[in-house]
Design a protein around this ligand. Sequence first.
Ligand SMILES: [Zn+2]
Length: 468
Amino acid sequence: MADITLKNSRTRSLERLDPIVPGKVSMYLCGPTVYDRAHIGNARSAVVFDQLFRLLRHVFGAENVTFVRNFTDVDDKINARAAETGRPISDITAETSQWYLDDMGALGVLEPTHMPRATAYIAEMVTFIEDLIDKGHAYAKDGHVLFRVRSFADYGKLSGRSVDDMIAGARVEVAPYKEDPMDFVLWKPSADDIPGWDSPWGRGRPGWHIECSAMSHAILGEEFDIHAGGSDLLFPHHENEVAQSCAAGHPFARIWLHNEMLQVEGKKMSKSLGNFFTVRDLLEGHGPGGKGIPGEVIRMVFLGTHYGKPMDWTAEKAVEAAFTLHGYIETIAMMGDIEAAKSLDVDSEIVAALADDLNTHEALVRLRRLRDQPDANALARNLVFLGFFNWQQLEKQVETYRDGVARLSDLAARLQEVRLKAMETKDFSEVDRLKTRLVEANVSVQMNKSGVNLRPEVDFDPSKLEDL
Ligand SMILES: [Zn+2]
């Protein structure tokens, strides 16, 4: 079994993954708040930790990995969206959750083992909060329940901040129901027109942080192996999760992983700069360049940068990745055998790269070497392992490519015939017509003395040749 080392943001050091229950791994990832399409920054987190999920399944066996990713379906942003649109909250959250699954699915993200919705765990949250009150770490005031930050000595350890620094620099909200400005909300009252649940403190709804503590506890237990999320969640969200769970007496997560943020063309992504893209924008071509980008291309761009480094999304990288993937499909179509590839083991150097703190960049370097060798079947096996395609998708891509090449060989013969005739009649209009249609289907057309050579290029579209 490959040793997996991961950079634990809690200890700031590389640590060997040594599961609490030998042979079984448990992991929690903070999921989306469902009120809108996921932007590409959200997707980076889903994709990099999907790669970890895939590695863990490979090393420990799929049945031995429990991966939880939640849906935050109670949140003031959702309430605001409902008020804006006049639509019921449940419609918005159901629709947006499905969008998320569809969009992540297009990027090759596997569905986690469990996808709990916060609203299905309100009772667990209430119990959790009551326990914190009993233990003196929380207090109720005016329909609110607050976590008493000063009661938890380790507060700030995960993110490396001291409480006093936080107070000095933070935008902490002072409120009459707070004992201390640092205290954060576990429960808050709901007005009649927004979602609320009965509780010992009146009708209300949970704060955001408590849901991850309560759901990870309900599904994974008091202690689990890995907690992951974006670095933007480190403070206050993850710091508060630690405070809640550890104050309740749970050991909580052993290893914390944080992916760094994503920029677009060297700039922070923002709606005001006009460089804000949802995953759907890229897939459907509302993004840079105006052409849809296949999910596997987006995935390749993401995996080209180590999760612990900031990543820059550029149109140029997407073009390069599309070109690379086209070359891989070509190699497999020309030399590979998918059935034989299915029985191969995953490449050990790719596993080793991923086991080294999820070095996806190095895994992609190795993938390229398999192409250069070339070892078409190993290439196919590892493209599937790395989540670019499932077998069915890869088979389809390869078949389309092969059919296209066969069609091109017929068309090359026909074009040569038409060309020879045109040399006699000096009427090249039919030659030009065929050539234009081929180029539109992304075929490179070379004509010289020895004949016509047609070759599919990136984005080759055989459907455009059907009526030729
Ligand atoms: Zn969380």
